[in-house]
Design a protein around this ligand. Structure first.
Ligand code: CAO
Length: 479
């Protein structure tokens, strides 16, 4: 609660906020359950409420969200979907730079921003202003996790070193995304495609005779955000035992390499001979000393390809991914009209087929080209032949089953109207996700200062007057 007796604005804010009171139960105190719950074996009694009606998984966890652009916001959005109170700290007047990037509706937050910042609250604080620093310190005392993805050193330059944070709140978990881990590149700034290139994805994506390629899936940004979210909940779990916070670091290079681990597997297999499931093996092209680009070949031991369907190549997405899984080889032969291949020793075994993949997939494609991708999928599924149509973003946006599961959601926004977003892809039966629109810049500044820090209206007004929460006034152009 705000203390009315203090006189000096700055000190008052500090004192008033010293002991913030949590509104919700602390998940961090999960080990200390009410006495009634300890009667049997010390574990909480199973809830008697129906699934989905006993709060959310991360209810009571409060996140101080210093993230921007994509990698960090992906992580904190997930935590918010699981019920954490995510307080996004933004630079006054500017906010997360993505608010204004790739804008489609004038003067409205971009889809880039809105689709990565659902279920969060926004407060504007100038972290370099002395009073702003004090407010931040109070927030550090009131939060469980600080998440950031600034360029290396930026958090330290704000005075928010690990030592300072840990001293201010020993339970605080400090989670960071950086481009690289410790090493020669640790000071470098990194964006998505840089991570794809330095993490082994680009060198192994594309066709052998073409340049390295980056993928459309944001494995560097969103992939690392996912890794970080797991690191955070793991650290929260450990804290229930140790009572102390820790640093969590996810380097984007590491995250991409983790996702590309099968290619490091292939790198080592090269020492023992050619990679027989790669098309170039059948084409008689020798392998070099590094994992090559494999086009659309499957990475595992079940050869697959993208094949044309009716409408291709005029329709850029009239294709299907077709896997010649060994257990269903006989069914494949029947479907494509080559029953003789079931017993012909040249085709009957996976090993015999490997050098002839181009020819085999050419024959299968003759069949897929007689069907559209959905017809082909329907027929192949009857025989349990693993396959998947190449779905365009238009088709995914219109897919009713994805709408039903909440994987694609329609969200209402006050300045941009309705828009589509990807909802929570991780479904928990007892922690159901409600997707709420992203916050406007500084929308919850007052609310956070009063509800979280328990500051009085007078104190809030004084902090505001100090300029710590607002952008510096623009100088008169004539001056
Ligand atoms: N108040 C005052 N200053 C603030 C502030 C606030 N609320 N929030 C941010 N700033 C300041 C920072 O302190 C920093 O200032 P200094 O450089 O003077 O210390 C400045 O804003 C810019 O921060 P930045 O260097 O992180 O931002 P950038 O746009 O120059 O770089 C990026 C962006 C993404 C390349 C860099 O942040 C980065 O490498 N992050 C780590 C890797 C990462 O997450 N990349 C994925 C990005 S998504 O594709």
């Amino acid at each position: 609660m705000a203390k009315k007796k203090s006189k000096k604005t700055v000190k008052k804010a500090k004192i008033a906020a010293r002991k913030p009171v949590r509104k919700t139960a602390k998940a961090t105190k999960a080990v200390k359950r009410p006495a009634a719950a300890k009667k049997s074996n010390g574990l909480p009694k199973p809830s008697s409420k129906p699934f989905g009606l006993d709060g959310k998984a991360l209810q009571g966890v409060r996140i101080l969200d210093f993230t921007h652009v994509q990698s960090g916001p992906t992580c904190t959005q997930l935590l918010a979907w699981f019920g954490a109170d995510v307080i996004k700290v933004e630079r006054p007047g500017i906010g997360d730079i993505t608010r204004g990037q790739l804008r489609d509706v004038p003067n409205a937050d971009s889809l880039y921003f809105t689709m990565l910042n659902h279920n969060k609250r926004s407060i504007t604080i100038d972290s370099k202003h002395p009073q702003g620093k004090r407010v931040l310190d109070e927030l550090i005392k009131s939060c469980d996790v600080l998440v950031e993805n600034f360029a290396p050193g930026a958090l330290d330059r704000m005075g928010l070193t690990w030592d300072h944070i840990h001293k201010t709140n020993p339970r605080m978990i400090v989670a960071s995304v950086k481009g690289f881990g410790p090493g020669p590149y640790e000071d470098c700034k990194v964006y998505e495609n840089v991570a794809q290139c330095t993490g082994g994805s680009a060198s192994t994506t594309g066709f052998r005779d073409g340049p390295p390629l980056v993928t459309g899936a944001q494995i560097g940004d969103s992939g690392t955000g996912l890794h970080l979210a797991l690191g955070i909940v793991t650290a929260l779990f450990q804290r229930t035992r140790t009572g102390r916070g820790q640093k969590v670091l996810c380097a984007m290079q590491d995250g991409v390499l983790n996702l590309a681990r099968v290619k490091l597997r292939d790198q080592q297999r090269l020492k023992h001979g050619p990679l027989t499931e790669y098309s170039q093996y059948g084409e008689g092209i020798p392998f070099g000393d590094a994992t090559p680009r494999a086009g659309n070949d499957s990475g595992g031991g079940q050869p697959g390809r993208i094949l044309m369907c009716k409408g291709a190549p005029d329709d850029p997405n009239a294709y299907i991914y077709f896997i010649t899984q060994a257990p269903v080889w006989e069914a494949i032969c029947d479907v494509i009209g080559e029953p003789g291949w079931k017993t012909d020793p040249e085709y009957a075994t996976p090993k015999a087929r490997l050098p002839k993949l181009n020819q085999i997939f050419g024959r299968i494609e003759q069949w897929t080209m007689t069907k559209n991708k959905f017809e082909a999928m329907e027929i192949l599924n009857k025989y349990d032949i693993p396959c998947g149509p190449i779905l365009s973003m238009k088709e995914l946006a219109e897919d009713q089953s994805l709408r039903k599961t909440g994987t694609v959601v329609e969200v209402e926004h006050p300045t941009r109207g309705k828009y589509l977003s990807v909802g929570n892809p991780i479904k928990l039966s007892d922690s159901v996700t409600e997707v709420k629109r992203s916050p406007l810049l500084g929308e919850h500044t007052d609310e956070i200062l009063s509800d979280v820090l328990k500051l009085s209206a007078k104190t809030i007004a004084e902090i505001k007057a100090s300029g710590a929460l607002s952008a510096p006034e623009k100088k008169d152009k004539a001056a």
